[in-house]
Design a protein around this ligand. Structure first.
Ligand SMILES: Cc1ncc(COP(=O)(O)O)c(C=O)c1O
Length: 382
């Protein structure tokens, strides 16, 4: 079979055999996927993964370990526990578990908050869509807070917080902005403080392991934190972490059953041994190797922002705080620019207007190649 156009509408009765099926599909994957590690790719929060992580995911798939059954997956269980022990202290947390993405990490945290008495979810209007989604799943009202002009949720804008789980975002999806994290210390301060503070650090969280750690000061006062490993920890999907400050907090979202050797913690039942790939990456790179890759991305986003600021063809929305750059052309329609840039850029809407969005997730990016692509689309300067 040459390509997928030869597929029939019905499931074929006879198979092609492994080799031919692999050859047909691998060709499709190679030719019809965005190249996240291309030198000019600076688009979404999706990096090309660490090579060691991709290799370990492949190896692990052969063994198909399941974190639901810890008695059958002793090493995978130990690997995940080690990753939590290594990473939780950077966030001032003590416990946690891995899950298939930060939507699920946010859901586990907000569910836990509800089990501890929270009855409403308050977050910035720029919070990720998963936050109102989780509120709806949990049957809790969602109350969005208007953000300041720079996209940040500030302490002055907060409503009355009693019995709320307050969600702060450390690196908003559209603009990479960090909410005022000192808000986390409101908890326990006054009777009007929130019942629970959750920080959605899906994107920005790994900055805690870099020289930019102070940008997330205050995060250590949270009750729970979500961090995507398939973003700035360079893991293949589906990989995220949810951390808790109180070592016993997640008992509220743990269920035992007669067929389980250990209680099932969190939203997912069966889940992959993503901890092995993350452990492999941390072992291979160490904290310094990880920090170097993230810091290089941060420097590239700052470099790109400066070029956009100085160029008479473009307008920069604001200087990047977590490697997310928003800009537009002063000469050409933004949607046309985005479509001509192709998969090396993405989009976001700010106050109802489209902006180009570029994100420093690609550790193989070459900022001159990124700029050459942008320059070609912008056309000659006058
Ligand atoms: C800030 C933030 N929170 C949560 C999520 C959801 O993560 P996932 O897509 O892994 O479910 C994202 C994804 O982009 C995000 O940017």
């Amino acid at each position: 079979m040459a390509d997928l156009s030869e597929l029939t509408d019905q499931l074929p009765a006879k198979g092609l055999g492994d080799d031919e099926a692999f050859s047909v599909l691998s060709e499709q994957v190679r030719t019809r996927s965005a190249h996240l590690g291309a030198p000019d790719a600076f688009a979404h929060m999706d990096p090309a993964p660490a090579g060691i992580a991709a290799r370990l995911v492949g190896l692990n798939a052969e063994y198909n370990q399941n974190l639901l059954h810890q008695d059958l997956s002793p090493f995978a269980t130990e690997a995940e526990a080690r990753v939590i022990v290594w990473l939780a202290p950077y966030f001032g947390m003590t416990a946690g578990h891995m899950c298939g993405g930060s939507t699920l990490a946010n859901l586990a945290a907000l569910w836990c908050a509800r089990e501890h008495g929270a009855t409403r979810v308050i977050a910035s209007a720029d919070a990720h869509v998963s936050v109102p989604k989780c509120a709806q799943i949990l049957g809790l009202p969602f109350e969005p807070v208007t953000v300041a002009e720079n996209g940040r949720m500030t302490i002055d804008a907060l409503p009355e917080l009693s019995r709320a789980v307050l969600v702060l975002t450390a690196g908003t999806t559209g603009r990479g902005v960090i909410d005022e994290l000192k808000i986390a210390s409101l908890k326990g301060g006054t009777c009007a403080g929130p019942m629970w503070v959750h920080v959605d650090a899906a994107w920005g969280g790994p900055l805690r392991l870099t020289k930019y750690e102070d940008r997330l000061s205050g995060i250590e006062r949270a009750d729970s934190i979500a961090v995507s490993a398939h973003k700035w920890l360079f893991q293949p999907k589906d990989s995220a972490l949810v951390f808790f400050a109180d070592p016993t907090a997640q008992e509220a979202i743990a269920f035992g059953s007669s067929y389980l050797a250990t209680p099932n913690i969190g939203v997912q039942g069966s889940r992959s041994a993503a901890g092995i790939a993350l452990l492999g990456t941390l072992l291979a790179w160490g904290q310094e190797g990880l920090a170097k890759r993230i810091e290089t991305g941060m420097a590239q986003s700052e470099d790109l922002a400066r070029r956009l600021q100085e160029d008479r063809r473009t307008e920069l929305k604001q200087f990047p705080e977590t490697g997310v750059v928003n800009w537009r052309s002063l000469l050409r329609d933004t949607e046309t620019v985005i479509s001509e840039l192709g998969p090396v850029a993405s989009r976001t809407a700010i106050e109802g207007e489209p902006w180009v969005r570029q994100v420093a997730a690609n550790m193989h990016a070459d900022i001159d190649a990124v700029w050459a692509r942008i320059s070609r689309v912008l056309g000659p300067p006058d």
